[in-house]
Write a protein that binds this ligand. Structure first.
Ligand SMILES: [Zn+2]
Length: 87
């Protein structure tokens, strides 16, 4: 996904601004892997294969997202992140 497209995204929970942590880009500078974080509600949304996984809480599949975060912690040595606030 292109950076300009990602910059237009906002949090599906509260429409808050998202900050982007880029983990992997392709040769055209499209973002392949990254994490979008909402400062307001502390939710984090992974970008997987260039696709931001952004859904309301009830449609998120944390059991699928969490292993991706665990792998990124190994691959990119990122700090632990919580996908949802308070758990
Ligand atoms: Zn939010």
């Amino acid at each position: 996904m292109r950076l300009k497209t990602i910059e237009k995204l906002c949090c599906p929970f509260d429409k808050g601004d998202l900050t982007l942590q880029v983990l992997a880009k392709d040769l055209d500078q499209n973002i392949l892997e990254g994490i979008l974080s909402c400062k307001q509600c502390k939710r984090n949304y992974p970008i997987v294969y260039g696709v931001p996984i952004m859904a309301p809480d009830e449609y998120r599949q944390i059991q699928l997202e969490q292993p991706i975060i665990e792998q990124w912690k190994l691959d990119y040595e990122i700090n632990d992140i919580k996908l949802l606030p308070g758990n």
